[in-house]
Design a protein around this ligand. Structure first.
Ligand SMILES: [Zn+2]
Length: 279
């Protein structure tokens, strides 16, 4: 499932190829993904100029000359494929396709169809039902230790669950929450209400650094954020705890009490952490 850094690199890849270009053609190959496509989507896209892009949480917003923004979510399995010229063979599960005036083909491929495409007036993007009520972007200055401390005050849930709550901070998913808690040396089991103050002051920079490094890895491993096969945005990760159950913990080598990376279930999802290091 794409998380914030992947969505950011997909957005940057789209920006590199689409910003300032005109959409000569648009097509949808079925009536819906997670939700129906807007009825006039093809009409509104065709002939529009792409003005700019923005990411909000795990959503990509593509602003068009007619005053619409396309709100795109990759869901569980969504991918964007960029190819020069109209492809001879249609990619399986390509549900939406765009073609730019420079002849680039942009395909939205989503086998499991948990993704979504909607239109929202650019002037009121943040009032869209999927974006309204979201907390600050983790990389914005508004997401600060003071802000997080206030949001966690009195919260009787584990800190991991609190960080996944999109109303507290937007766009964090399972993988990067595990990574950030490891970096901040905070146990995922710790009550959120005990994090305000010194721990929040460690946690906020840890979240920002974890995300920034992942975005940087995506940018440096891919030319224009595009893989050789035309797919946007995915890249090799170097996670320190995620998916590393039973492996030695790199933060406490030689420490007898460190049993390596442990996996537990929290709210039905896997949490990876070092029980020695993270308190
Ligand atoms: Zn350890």
């Amino acid at each position: 499932m794409p998380e914030l850094p992947e969505v950011e690199t997909v957005m940057r890849g789209l920006r590199a190829r689409l910003e300032g270009r005109t959409l000569d053609r648009a097509k949808v190959n079925r009536p819906d993904l997670r939700w129906p496509f807007p009825k006039d989507l093809v009409h509104r896209l065709t002939g529009a100029k792409v003005l700019s892009f923005r990411r909000r949480a795990k959503y990509i917003l593509m602003r068009l000359s007619g005053g619409d923004s396309v709100l795109l979510h990759l869901g569980m399995s969504g991918r964007i494929i960029l190819t020069p010229g109209t492809p001879n063979v249609l990619t399986p599960h390509e549900h939406m396709a765009l073609e730019t005036n420079e002849g680039w083909h942009v395909g939205f491929v989503d086998p499991r169809r948990f993704g979504s495409v909607d239109l929202v007036p650019t002037a009121t993007e943040d009032t869209h039902r999927l974006l309204a009520g979201m907390g600050p972007e983790p990389l914005d200055d508004a997401f600060s230790p003071a802000m997080l401390s206030a949001a966690l005050k009195g919260k009787r849930t584990p800190i991991k669950a609190a960080l996944l709550d999109q109303r507290i901070v937007a766009g964090l998913g399972n993988i990067y929450v595990c990574e950030a808690l490891f970096r901040a040396r905070i146990s995922p089991l710790r009550l959120a209400s005990s994090v305000p103050g010194a721990r929040a002051a460690r946690l906020v920079p840890a979240i920002k650094a974890t995300l920034t490094e992942a975005i940087k890895a995506g940018g440096s491993s891919l030319r224009d954020y595009v893989q050789p096969d035309g797919e946007l945005g995915y890249f090799q990760h170097a996670w320190k705890v995620y998916g590393r159950e039973g492996e030695p913990c790199e933060a406490c080598p030689g420490t007898p009490a460190c049993e390596g990376i442990r996996r537990i279930a929290q709210s039905g999802r896997s949490t990876f952490y070092c029980a020695k290091l993270q308190r």
